[in-house]
Design a protein. Structure first.
Length: 207
């Protein structure tokens, strides 16, 4: 399968009180960890959807990665739109692929094994969308088939991505994972502290 990734980094970070993508975790910025998690899982290219302070993020990432690995696009209405709007912008920037992962930029700790399990499930099931689950609850990142693209781009209803997934509910598969990284984002300073501690514990475990 040809798989690409979309990382949504357009938000204002208003609840954090600091700019989330550039916060440091284990020696790298949060956005670098998010990009790395996708590249380590074997995606061909990562689309970065930028918004607030997008130029800073783009400059940083261009200095760290091969230009063929990343594509940058911007949600110019980031302060007035939701995640679905950013997802559409990312989808419009995709190169041809069989499927794509969709990941919020403040979830930098998803394990490579999770990405691979989700991919394996799509290959086996031919599902339209596959979600990792923990205790039966859907988590990020979903893997979305290219067959969903037209519907997502044309969707104009209420409810955002949750409502989009409802349309495909009979064609969604899930796969249980043991990955705390799927459960922690960085909405608040307390969340960030949890992430710092978790990343530290992962590093120490590997050592």
């Amino acid at each position: 399968m040809e798989i690409n990734g979309i990382i949504l980094v357009a938000g204002l970070s208003s609840r954090m009180g600091d700019f989330k993508p550039l916060l440091k975790l284990d020696g790298k910025t949060m956005i670098e960890h998010s990009v790395d998690s996708m590249l380590y899982s074997g995606v061909n290219q990562v689309i970065i959807v930028l918004g607030y302070r997008g130029e800073e993020v783009e400059v940083l990432l261009r200095s760290k990665y091969n230009k063929s690995q990343l594509v940058f696009t911007h949600n110019l209405k980031y302060s007035k739109t939701d995640m679905l709007a950013s997802a559409k912008i990312g989808i419009n920037a995709l190169n041809t692929c069989d499927a794509f992962y969709l990941l919020p930029g403040d979830m930098p700790a998803v394990d490579t094994k999770t990405f691979l399990k989700v991919k394996e499930t799509m290959v086996k099931s031919n599902a339209m969308v596959v979600f990792p689950t923990i205790d039966g609850h859907r988590k990020h990142p979903p893997l979305v088939s290219h067959r969903c693209i037209d519907y997502i781009l044309q969707f104009e209803g209420e409810g955002g991505l949750r409502e989009v997934w409802q349309f495909f509910k009979n064609k969604i598969e899930t796969v249980p994972v043991d990955d705390y990284g799927c459960m922690i984002d960085a909405d608040t300073k307390a969340d960030y502290e949890k992430l710092v501690n978790y990343m530290d514990s992962k590093r120490n475990y590997k050592v």
